[in-house]
Ligand binder design. Structure first.
Ligand code: SF4
Ligand code: SF4
Length: 417
């Protein structure tokens, strides 16, 4: 697509990146049909091609309006369009750049600003989010059904294995996950410990930056990233004791993984952090990339012991953001699980970070479509690979929704391994 960027962004790193992305788009519209918001709203401007055109106009200096902002806000950033695009258009990065410019030009109404501030500052800080969630869980019986649905039941994390192992990997604890679903990392730590890998949490690491990034606080997000790099670096460089450097940084939430894998790109122009960020991104693996090496061992120990019919919902941040497909199903099938993908499994469930709070009507429509498709598989349990998808899906169904590693953990515990 021919572009003529305005002076305010021309010849800047973001301008150059946006220009290259815009030039790659041939305006064919293949992406439109697979866009969840286009499917729901039927408006070209609520599909990727229309949004790309809007961003192009913004970057070329056209007036920016609240309507432009609304069409960009309605985008889930699911990046399904990237998987569909035959020209390799990196829509997600273009959306980030476009949204940043729009955010600076269009003042949001007070209510929106307050809500976004609460999300940005509250969700990303454990010391705020954990007590707030605990209070909500205590008051849950007194709340209306829609509010109850938004508050996950309290769960324990189980024991964290003590001792050391020959192999060591870091794991990101994150911001909301430890309060919402502590058993996910607990399960990952127990399973990997049983297989000879020690998972380590760096105490000073926190939110990966995705929440602030997607709420257009891109400076705050970069600070989150630098803090995590500082927290991880002693382990990455082998300065934190133990037997040298860790071999990987494991992500149990695919939303965090998609972001940490981009640290290198997002901090490429930061002289103090560029090299470290690139190293951290290179070391980062989703849990589903770590586990396939253990398939044979797991099959030997627990093969055939997970009896439920299971439906797997692949998060967008895994299948589109990280382009990882088939690995979770592969591990589950290796241990004899009858795992099914539902119809339209490439489509977003509507969770999308804070989207389900900021765009509840669209998010609920997507959730209910997804749950109907998952129910049609006849599954007794739904599994996913991202805490946000799990909580969002669980809010609309009585069918248990878990992280897939929790199935493996239970089966190992059942055989006493
Ligand atoms: S993003 Fe890709 S699929 Fe969509 S219009 Fe552009 S070139 Fe076509
Ligand atoms: S990221 Fe998802 S919602 Fe946004 S334009 Fe692409 S397909 Fe549509």
């Amino acid at each position: 697509m021919q572009t003529n960027l305005a002076d305010f962004i021309k010849n800047t790193p973001e301008g150059d990146e946006a220009e290259a992305i815009l030039r790659a788009c041939v305006h064919c519209g293949f992406c439109t049909a697979t866009c969840p918001t286009y499917q729901l709203l039927g408006d070209e401007l609520d599909g990727p091609r229309g949004r790309i055109y809007l961003i192009k106009q913004v970057l070329e200096g056209a007036p920016v309006t609240a309507k432009t902002q609304l069409h960009l806000d309605r985008c889930l950033t699911c990046r399904n369009c990237e998987s569909t695009c035959p020209s390799g258009v990196q829509y997600g990065r273009l959306a980030d750049i476009g949204r940043k410019v729009v955010e600076a030009r269009v003042e949001r109404p007070l209510g929106q600003r307050f809500k976004r501030l609460l999300l940005k500052e509250g969700l990303t800080r454990k010391w705020i989010f954990t007590p707030a969630l605990r209070a909500g869980q205590l008051l849950r019986p007194l709340l209306s059904k829609p509010l109850q649905d938004k508050i996950p039941q309290r769960q324990g994390g189980g024991h964290w294995p003590g001792g050391t192992q020959a192999r060591r990997m870091l794991v990101l604890d994150g911001c909301a996950q430890p309060a919402m679903a502590p058993n996910i990392n607990g399960a990952a730590a127990r399973v990997l410990d049983a297989l000879g890998v020690q998972l380590i949490v760096a105490p000073k690491a926190g939110c990966c930056g995705a929440l602030r990034h997607h709420l257009n606080d891109q400076g705050g997000a970069l600070d989150d990233m630098r803090r995590n790099i500082d927290a991880w670096w002693p382990y990455v460089a082998g300065l934190a004791g133990g037997d040298g450097a860790v071999e990987a940084i494991v992500m149990t939430a695919s939303g965090c993984g998609a972001t940490v894998k981009e640290y290198g790109h997002l901090l490429a122009h930061d002289g103090a952090y560029a090299a470290k960020a690139a190293r951290v991104s290179a070391l980062t693996l989703d849990l589903s990339e770590v586990m396939p090496q253990f398939e044979a061992e797991l099959a030997r120990r627990i093969g055939g012991r997970i009896g439920q019919r299971v439906a797997y919902h692949p998060p967008c941040t895994l299948q589109h953001g990280q382009q990882i497909r088939g690995k979770v199903e592969g591990v589950l099938r290796a241990v004899g699980v009858d795992v099914k993908l539902c119809a339209d499994s490439h489509l977003c469930c509507g969770s999308a970070g804070t989207y389900s709070i900021l765009q509840p009507e669209l998010a609920l429509q997507l959730r209910d479509r997804k749950l109907a498709n998952l129910a049609a598989t006849g599954a007794e349990t739904i599994v996913s690979a991202n805490v946000g998808c799990q909580a969002h899906l669980q809010s609309g169904t009585a069918t248990p929704v878990r992280h897939w590693i929790e199935l493996i953990d239970r089966a190992l515990a059942a055989v006493g391994a």
